[in-house]
Structures are given as structure tokens and as C-alpha cells.
Write a new protein. Sequence first.
Length: 409
Amino acid sequence: MEGHAGFMASVLEGDVKSAKLEIQEGIRLIEGVLIGRHYKDMPVVAQRICGICPVVHNLTAIKSLENAMGVAVTPETEKLRTLMEYAQIIHSHALHLFFLSLADFLDIDNDIKLVKKYPEETKKAIRIREFGMEIVKVVGGRVVHPLTNEVGGFKKAPDAGAFRKLVIDSKDVLRIALELGEFFRKIKMPEFYRETEYVSLQKNGEYAVYGGDIVSNFGLHIPVDKFENNFHELQRQQEVVKRIEHGGKSYMVGAIARVNINRKKLRPSAFGYLESLKWKFPYYNPFGNILAQMAETIHSIEAASQLMKELLNSDLNEVVTKSYTVREGAGAAAVEAPRGTLYYHVDVDAKGYIKNVNIITPTAQFLSNLEDDIMEYIPDIIKLSDKERERKLRAFIRAYDPCISCAVH
């Protein structure tokens, strides 16, 4: 998984007393670093929170600043940012699906052995990831920590020729993703179910990744700027990561939450793939997050191709930043990171300097839910050998796809 963490459970005569994911990284205090800096620094600094998902930190920071200062952007700019987010999902999911989690379900000790046993599937996973990374590079100037994104739009328009090539490539990449999806569909997932509140963005007419309202399968439906009124941050003693609760309880974000809430808006190939899994919704098996990521990967390839076609039929120069007025204000924004809904709130003074920042990451949101799930899962595996029990717990934790760097931001 991304980062370093351990796990400890206390079990007394078969009764699970506690289950705790122990974060083994130091706090990074990025929010404190941003206070007092000029607003233009915020997207550049914030995207350093993560090397796997820098795009979503960059986009959410920019969007929160635009909301704070009342900066409007063109429809083409929104499409280009949505394209970047789909690309982020493609390359992050491909990494997690194959290289970070698959070995757990095939009883293979490590990725080196996995690659040797499944060389063709490895090539497919790499090809899918390369496609997503190439989109980010074409739009943002480089794969990790993009350069062109800024408040108001982009420093320059992407190359139309590169887009045309990516549209052509997308047909082959979609075929490869569907083939890899068949490979994953045959993997037997452990049977474990616990009713869970799923939270994600939702937007009319589309599978929401770049904007929308905050909704849940338990009936919540609020605008993004009401997030902090409904979700509570808490920090336990001797922990470097904040936890988030809704109504005093844990909840889940990420691919499985989005699929539960927005599945009817998946693109045709992705919806067909999800249907082939024969899940009964609401689907409460956290191991299914892996297959939900596979469905999202297929969807994101289709959606990215369609967005690139639409952008090629429009004036790409419309994404280039136009003049705007810097003003005092407060703004919130949420974008769907690969691991779940990422939330930013920022206060800016009249000269454009940051007064306050609050960043709530997906891993911080689902950490308590992971522990609640494992508390119920442990009785199912308590009688296994130490080695097999450890393997099952590793698989459970990695299925959630935690990002520790984001959690300790």
C-alpha cells in the first residue's frame, strides 16, 4: 500500500476488544505550511501531499480558491479538469488493482512472483496505467505534480495532435481493460458483509468525479460547502491522523461507495462489467472495492475518450486563463480522488494570502470504518494459522487502498 502502517487487534477468548490501524509515519503539517503563503502557492504545495494522486489535490485546491474568490472558469476548462481526474483514477486504480492488492487474493508472496507468473496481465496493467499517465502529461505538462493547472484555467492549451493519438489509443486500452476485468472477475473474493454508510459526490447526468453534492446511501444530500457542518473531525491521543465521523459513526468512501451510489451512470462497457459481477445492491463486501475499481477503470477510459473528442471539437484555447480579480473570501470544494471524496476549505484575505486551510482526505474518512469492519471480520479468521490470518488481514487492509501520505498530510 502507499505509505507505512501496522495493525494490532486485542482478542480475549474469542471476543474482539479492539482493532487499530497504526500509522507509522510522522505528521507533515501541510495545512500549517500553507497559512500565510500567496494563493498561487497553494495548488503547487498541496499536490506534494501525494505522489500517486497529486492531480486531485491540485484540482481541489484550485477549485476551493476559485470558490473563495468568485473566479469563474469556462466549460472547456471544467472538461479538461474532469479529463485529468479520470486519468488520475485510471493510473491509480491500475497500480492498486494489480501491483498492490492482487497478490493477496492469489496467495502469492510478493509482486516479483506475481509478475513472473502473470506476465501478460502485467503488461496489460502497465499499458492501462501508461494511458492514464500520458493524459496527465499532455494536459498538465508532466505526470507527477502537473505544471499547467492554475486558478482560472490553464497556463496553456494542450496539444490537439496528442489528444487525437490518445483517442485512437483509447480503443485498444479499453479492450485491454475489459480483458483484465475478466481476469479479475474470476478471482474469488472472501465473503464478508457489514452494513455501511457510503458517501460520495453525486451530480445529475454524469458519474460524478469533479463536482456535485455530497450524498450517502443513508439519505444524506448536502452541498459541498455544508460538509463541515455534517461531518466531525476528531483526533485521538497519540495519533498523527485525524478521523472523520458522520452522525457519530464511521462511513466509507472510494470506488465501492461511488459504484453503490452512482452505478447507473457508468458508461456502457463499465456498467456491463458491473452487471456481470451479479452483485446485489447495496453491496456491503469491502473486498469488492477491488472490483469496483476495475469497473471505474473501464468507465474512466470510456469517459476520457469521449471528453477528448468533445474538446477536439471545441476551441482548446478557451482553457487558457483570463484575467480575474483577487478578493477576500472563503471557499470549499470536493473532488473524487481514486480513494474517495477529497475535501478542501480555504480562507483568503484581500491580497490573496491564505488565512486558513482545512484538508480532509479519503483515508482519514474511511480509517474508522476499516477498523469497524475488521473487528467483525476477525472472528471469521481467528482459528486460522498465524501466517494465513496475517495474509487475510493484509488483504482486507489493502482492499481499502489506504494512502498514508494523504492521511498524515
